[in-house]
Ligand binder design. Structure first.
Ligand SMILES: NC(=O)c1ccc[n+]([C@@H]2O[C@H](COP(=O)([O-])OP(=O)(O)OC[C@H]3O[C@@H](n4cnc5c(N)ncnc54)[C@H](O)[C@@H]3O)[C@@H](O)[C@H]2O)c1
Length: 690
């Protein structure tokens, strides 16, 4: 705390983000009391040092015994100060940080500040009055989406909504001091946030409005505890005195905190950060500079990949084999941007700017200036090898040469160049401009700074990069294969596509495997299987009948627009296939569907860990969350397996191996070991990290 004349300035200084650990709470509390009791102090400014005001609670303290003062105590202390209190914020005042500011009479913010309550993303609700004070400041209509989405709002909007009182251009603390003196000079009324009711009067008189707001805001919250608890907490602002409501809010927070959903979501939060730690790639490994990118292939993936770069202002040279293919690819890109303009998420002038960042060409030589080249041509080894051979002669020295292959051996591709160190896999997911996952495939010769570059560029283009090793399908698709095989078997044994998809959507996936197949196109897998000499009896029979999925209006389902309907023809085709394959059909329960689809994935995940293809179980979880829609609140397949119990999973896999004679179901050595020890993947990860 320091003084500027009659104003006390309390600066929170706990790098990197001023998290509210116990010592910080105590520091704020002690200083606020000192300033409160000092008769020569007439106003108090609360601010943060470093790159941001308090960005939240210290979540490593979650689950440990609470230490006083709690954040609620600190806010209560602020509430009772009879001199003007002003929070002066910058950066990202989030969660507990924003709740803290709502204990002050006023809030001022630097331009560029983003304010929010992101607790919902960890399966929690604000637990220090946020659900009660935010609606009092900005009204329920604005507060509900902020709390349910967890997304921060920019300072301008915060000012318009009434969350802050002023935006400070220039030095924040000087601006806050001037604001404090203005408040003193004008003898402004000091209303505590908890006592405000002007934004609630209307809805209190007309509570039916509340349900309408809920209906507008709770679309994607099926099966989730936190949004339901948040809505209930916000509802208390209609009729429950704030002190009582705060106690109930706290109880709800504590209940969520010990619940499985929040544990799973916090696991993902940490796993995502852990995934950045890669052996041999330290802070001192500088990434190469990327000013210009090249993408080869303007098909399904190439177009989306190129858009990612352009979206962050990196120019891209995009290569195709013919003018026609190039035109088609560029038209798809433009159509995508036009859709964003129609939706209002992109300004028309930005569409023009973005399109200008593309250099389309049919000449591979145009890639000579690219700092990174990502290949996204047909999934065919000879084609890729020939291409990398040519690229080797064209690309400038030090350029990163990446392949977007889904299954092929990155090391073999690298061998077709004279610069194996510069070659890496960058495996995007479809649609590549939307899906957040990026598997970075580390070849046996990939240089550390190339890996660092791939990860850095991945983050620059707003992806979640996870480093994996070389094997067929890497982590995600290798586990997906395990699931697909079982899906097909379940159909032969008695289930229908809608049964399997239904069980998985109920589990929390946005889509089941057959609906996903229809979306991607059944011809894709069919062609690739033909090349490899394998057959999926049902999927391939469908493809042979011209049922390619959504694009032909028929696949596993019948399509009217995008709506999928079960098709009696498909049922007949499946039953016939069972007869042909000599499989007696029987009833298959939902529970069996989940076990059969996900246990083999867990088993494959364990093998992937044994082989070192993934560094940590958490990496696998992050991959499944961001690449395949595994429900966040279940924490990914490996975390979920821990909650089911590894012994149960191992025993069931053993049974399956015996029943079916399928060796793939034999439990992996790691799974066996952990099951015998009563261990977990989390325990395995902790032991490995130590
Ligand atoms: N589709 C997916 O869901 C998906 C997901 C992840 C990775 N991948 C991988 O991405 C790659 C591309 O897949 P896709 O689905 O975009 O295929 P696609 O068939 O839609 O596109 C491939 C494009 O590459 C072009 N092409 C072929 N040879 C070329 C060459 N020598 N030079 C320049 N262009 C060439 C083709 O004209 C075509 O437009 C494959 O390796 C695939 O395994 C695909």
């Amino acid at each position: 705390m320091r003084r500027d004349g009659n104003v006390a300035i309390i600066t929170i200084d706990n790098p990197p983000v001023n998290a509210l650990k116990h010592a910080v709470r105590k520091g704020i509390q002690d200083n606020v009391i000192a300033a409160r009791d000092d008769a020569s102090v007439e106003a108090i400014v609360l601010t943060g040092a470093g790159r941001t005001f308090v960005a939240g609670a210290d979540i490593t303290e979650f689950g440990k015994p609470p230490q006083s003062p709690s954040l609620i105590d600190v806010i209560a202390t602020l509430d009772d100060v009879k001199k003007p209190t002003i929070a002066a914020v910058h950066g990202t005042p989030l969660g507990g940080g924003l709740e803290l500011t709502m204990g002050c009479h006023f809030r001022v913010a630097a331009a560029g500040t983003r304010l929010g309550l992101p607790e919902i993303k960890l399966g929690l609700i604000p637990g220090a009055g946020g659900t009660q004070r935010l609606p009092r400041l900005i009204g329920i209509e604005k507060a509900m989406p902020m709390i349910l989405s967890g997304e921060p709002i920019p300072a301008k909007q915060a000012l318009a909504d009434g969350l802050i009182d002023e935006i400070i251009e220039g030095d924040l603390v000087s601006g806050a001091l001037a604001f404090a003196r203005k408040v003193l000079a004008e003898k402004r009324a000091l209303t505590r946030v908890k006592d405000r009711d002007d934004k609630l009067k209307d809805i209190r008189a007309n509570p039916a409005k509340f349900d309408a707001i809920v209906a507008d805001n709770s679309k994607k919250t099926r099966g989730l505890h936190a949004p339901a608890a948040a809505i209930e907490a916000i509802k208390m602002t209609l009729d429950t005195p704030i002190d009582e409501a705060q106690k109930k809010e706290r109880d709800a927070f504590m209940k969520l905190l010990v619940g499985d959903q929040s544990k799973a979501q916090r696991h993902i939060f940490f796993a995502e950060r852990e995934a950045n730690k890669v052996p041999g790639v330290g802070k001192d490994t500088a990434p190469r500079e990327i000013k210009r990118a090249g993408v080869i292939g303007a098909g399904t993936m190439g177009g989306g990949i190129a858009m990612n770069f352009v979206n962050v202002g990196i120019p891209v040279t995009i290569i195709e084999t013919s003018d026609e293919a190039l035109k088609k690819g560029m038209a798809t890109i433009e159509k995508n941007y036009q859709m964003s303009v129609q939706r209002g998420s992109l300004k028309p002038e930005d569409l023009t700017k973005r399109m200008a960042l593309f250099t389309p060409s049919t000449d591979l030589g145009a890639l000579k200036d690219a700092d990174i080249v990502i290949e996204a041509v047909f999934e065919n080894m000879p084609v890729k090898k020939e291409l990398f051979g040519k690229l080797d002669k064209i690309a400038k020295p030090g350029a990163v040469l990446a392949t977007n292959t889904s299954y092929l051996d990155v090391d073999e591709i690298a061998q077709s160049t004279t610069r194996v160190k510069d070659v890496v896999g960058m495996h995007f997911f479809s649609p590549a401009n939307v899906m957040k996952l990026l598997e970075i495939v580390r070849g046996k010769d990939t240089a550390p700074d190339v890996l660092q570059t791939a990860m850095t560029v991945g983050r620059t283009i707003k992806k979640v990069p996870v480093v994996v090793g070389v094997c067929f399908g890497f982590v995600g698709n290798r586990m997906l294969s395990a699931r697909s095989i079982e899906g097909e078997k379940l159909l032969l044994e008695g289930a229908l596509p809608q049964d399997v998809d239904g069980a998985l959507t109920e589990f929390g996936f946005p889509m089941g495997p057959f609906a996903m197949g229809d979306l991607a196109g059944l011809d894709v897998g069919w062609r690739s299987r033909k090349e490899r000499g394998v057959r999926n009896e049902i999927a391939d029979t469908l493809a042979e009948a011209g049922r390619y999925g959504q694009k032909t209006g028929k696949g596993f389902y019948l399509y009217e627009g995008r709506a999928a309907k079960p098709d009696p023809e498909v049922e007949k085709l499946i039953v016939d296939a069972s007869v042909r394959m000599g499989v007696k059909r029987r009833a298959v329960s939902k529970e069996e569907i989940i076990e059969r689809l996900i246990y083999p994935m867990v088993n494959e995940g364990a093998r992937i860990l044994e082989e070192g293809i993934a560094l940590r179980p958490g990496d696998i979880d992050v991959i499944w969350l961001y690449g395949y829609g595994f429900p966040a609140w279940r924490g990914g397949p490996m975390h979920w397996a821990d909650t089911v119990g590894l012994k149960k999973i191992r025993d069931r896999l053993r049974e399956l191996a015996k029943e079916t004679g399928d060796k793939r179901h034999e439990p992996a050595a790691l799974l066996n070991k952990l099951a015998d020890e009563g261990g977990t993947f989390a325990g395995f990860a902790a032991a490995k990290a130590a």
